[in-house]
Design a protein around this ligand. Sequence first.
Ligand code: AMP
Ligand code: MG
Length: 341
Amino acid sequence: MRHENVKNYCLGIESTADDFSVGIATFEGEILANVISAYVPEAGGIHPREAAQHHSQVAEKVVAEAFEKAEISPKQIGVIAFSQGPGLGPCLRTGATVARAIATYLNVPLVGVNHCVAHIEIGKLATQARDPVTLYVSGGNTIVSAFDAGRYRVFGETLDIAVGNCLDVFAREAGYRQKEGMPFGAIIEKLADKGRRYIPLPYSVKGMDMSFSGLLTAALKLLRQGKHRIEDLCYSLQETVFSMLTEVTERALAHTEKPEVLLTGGVAANKRLQSMLQSIAEEHGARFCVVPKQYALDNGAMIAWTGVLAYKHGLTVPVEKSFVRLKWRLEEVEVPWVQQT
Ligand code: AMP
Ligand code: MG
């Protein structure tokens, strides 16, 4: 067993949606464990209650596995962090219950972490970005953000569905089944690689915000017509939605003149999106940073690390006040550890 006498470890629990994950981080920012158990629905989208049931069924095993990986004992944990929001109510409450139980049992403080902040912080930790414009794209969120005047500000976001959700629904309607290690977005990426013809789709950027639902409806209509190759449809879908994301990110970058562009969240794994953002970063003299794949999807390591940052600044929450916050917005979150550069 390593590092036996210190309590400098944070255990973080992620449970905002379909993933239940436990990470363990040192107070210096070394990630010792990051165990993820994904709930894959039999059919259709994520059913919040079924996902929550999955989380409660796997919690004990995932926690035990994280300790095994980290090679520490529960007694060495100094703080417990959990994703307090935003997310699906039943899923959040299941993770929070596990976190409260462990914190109470070990008699250590509890920290409530904002899920979106955690995606940014793990990206910064892993890439050494200091003050980036961040594009955070996942199954539930689409946000262009940068730090300003004490908070992570939202420069642009989706007005309806998240970009990951748009890709997921399209792939599901096209008859694909997602498997562990092969999310819908990755299936689309593979098909899009073989696309040759661009089929126009509605491009919907309004100011700094984006809308994906009309575009999805149009893409589904084309799919059902059965006239186009699926590869061409996936290619066109990707080109259109990623161009929208890139346009808004570029405008935020031009406005803020930040030194880096950070791509984070589950959709960050996409190579085509990476290359589009890389080119706008280069044009503006900014460094392009992308979160490593193991921290792109929802994960406990990002909660553990953000928990460390919050804990060091005294942001703990008493168990009796640790309610989950389903609609907790990014710009509402205190981030005293971030410095203006
Ligand atoms: P998260 O919500 O952060 O767990 O991310 C899940 C989302 O990432 C889902 O919408 C996936 O389809 C999407 N995703 C995962 N891998 C890829 C990829 N290679 N390209 C595009 N989207 C992806
Ligand atoms: Mg997920």
